[in-house]
Write a protein that binds this ligand. Structure first.
Ligand SMILES: Cc1ncc(COP(=O)(O)O)c(C=O)c1O
Length: 485
């Protein structure tokens, strides 16, 4: 054998380790399945938040081989048992979702087959699945079939794609940037600001709109501010509304804002990352009236459809506006380009090669049908009402009636209220049984509850109530004792 062949074969005997045998695959799968089953089976009895420190050394990469047992052990103690447990129904902070099991099977399939879902030429089936999901969303949210959309890694990138399209549609570049105005609520998610910086619009003028007592944009204020800006020679070009803010879950008056946007030729963007999928519930559907007027809409299946992290979505009515930045023809892609092909995900997103993430929504929808998702969303609305009623019974004050499943509360302590509630959240985190987060509403420190995990059940809320009540009493007891001594 010649020297070159010998060298190749020598390397092959080592590189071949990257393709485990069927027996090894079974072994890896069996161990992983055992661990994940144990993880799910013990979720209810484990903490939702762990203050334990990570042993970073154990997580380091030192180029050495380890057994699957050792790797799973490290994962369990240093990753799954530290910090927040987003898979738990006890996660009532930020915006939870849970992470339905069926998506993990889809990710497994997508990873094994490694479909190239960026271009129709490479994966006609994969891209058809993603396009069907986009069409499905268009029909849910009242977008015309000529709209385009993309399945993104999450809400931030989805918002970025939408705002880029708005920028390009209105040709916001060069000298006009500083004269251009974007209108939004002060409670808009911060990824909107990040997106503006990333797409070169850091210097646009941002007008924060007045909010009513329920933290919703006052539409008249938008009208007034646009008039003032126009008369000052400025260039109003975008208004952002939220279909469920992160802070309080407020749905802005979508229809009224839409009418003002149309009358003034503004790009109308709606961020429905948290709240959008509640449109599937008849009793709250009317709150979303006007959603269909948007030029672009963001919705997040990894929030409102309970998927594991890694799936957001954006819909945009103007295909050319999205294509302006994202559609590209390169010589080395010539085989893959055919005008008769359906829309390629790569033409509506900065990504070319991407994870075949559509499968993680398609497979659960096919395995379960839509009904359990709808039941789950409605269940969350009722659990929110229940939580609030129970909190009231134990002496807490409540923020306004929420539109959806995010709301806030505080304890009206006779001592400094902000200090007391800050202490309360710290102790809640230390305890860890249930996880809640906090925010500031008009300078007031309040505790937020966001009920959106598919695993949050009546029993979870009962546990949350007794934990909050117990911790509140402990703090008061300690304060009284300190005061007396
Ligand atoms: C209303 C809203 N928009 C956008 C985002 C950002 O989404 P992501 O974290 O998926 O990037 C969030 C996240 O909570 C959100 O609540």
């Amino acid at each position: 054998m010649n020297n070159l062949k010998e060298q190749i074969l020598a390397l092959q005997s080592i590189s071949g380790n990257l393709e485990p045998t069927e027996q090894e695959r079974d072994h890896f799968l069996e161990k992983t399945k055992n661990y994940t089953n144990h993880f799910i089976n013990t979720l209810d009895s484990s903490k939702t938040f762990e203050t334990k420190k990570v042993n970073a050394e154990r997580l380091s990469v030192n180029n050495e081989k380890r057994s699957i047992e050792e790797v799973l052990n490290i994962y369990a103690s240093e990753v799954a048992e530290t910090g927040m447990k987003p898979a738990s129904g006890g996660h009532l902070g930020y915006i939870p979702g849970g992470g339905i099991y069926a998506s993990s099977l889809a990710d497994y399939l997508a990873d094994i087959t490694n479909e190239y879902a960026g271009m129709y030429f490479a994966s006609p089936g994969g891209v058809t699945i993603e396009n069907h999901l986009i069409d499905w969303m268009k029909s849910i949210f009242g977008f015309p079939s000529t709209s385009v959309g993309n399945l993104t890694s999450g809400g931030s990138i989805a918002n970025l794609i939408a705002l880029t399209a708005a920028r390009d549609k209105h040709r916001i570049k060069n000298a006009i940037i500083e004269k251009s105005v974007i209108y939004m609520s002060p409670q808009v998610h911060h990824c909107i600001h990040k997106a503006l910086r990333i797409i070169g619009l850091e210097d646009v003028q941002i007008r924060y709109l007045e909010l009513d007592d329920n933290s919703k944009i006052i539409a008249e204020d938008l009208k007034d501010k646009i008039q003032v800006d126009k008369s000052n020679g400025l260039n109003p070009f975008v208004v952002v509304a939220s279909a469920g803010t992160t802070d309080t879950g407020a749905i802005d008056p979508l229809e009224a804002i839409g009418e003002i946007a149309k009358a003034n030729n503004l790009w109308y963007h709606i961020d429905g990352a948290y709240g959008g999928f509640f449109v599937l519930i008849d009793k709250v559907k009317n709150k979303f009236k006007g959603l269909e007027m948007a030029d672009s809409l963001v919705i997040d299946p990894h929030k409102g459809l309970f998927l594991p992290y890694g799936l957001g979505a954006v819909l945009v009515k103007d295909k050319q506006a999205v294509y302006h930045s994202n559609h590209y023809v390169a010589n080395y892609m010539q085989d893959a380009i055919n005008e008769d092909f359906p829309v390629n995900p790569a033409d509506v997103s900065p990504e070319l090669t991407k994870h075949f993430r559509g499968l993680r929504l398609w497979l659960p929808l096919l395995l379960h049908g839509l009904e359990p998702f709808q039941a789950c969303l409605e269940e969350k609305l009722l659990l929110t009402t229940y939580f609030r009623e129970e909190l009231k019974k134990i002496g807490f004050k409540l923020g306004p009636e929420p539109d959806l499943s995010v709301s806030y509360f505080w304890y009206p302590s006779t001592t400094d209220e902000n200090e007391f509630n800050e202490r309360l959240i710290q102790e809640i985190h230390k305890d860890g049984e249930i996880f809640l987060s906090s925010t500031l509403i008009n300078g007031k420190f309040v505790i937020r509850m966001a009920i959106l995990s598919f695993r949050t059940k009546l029993e979870t809320i009962d546990r949350a109530i007794s934990m909050i009540d117990r911790i509140r009493k402990e703090i008061e007891f300690e304060m009284n004792n300190n005061h007396e001594s």
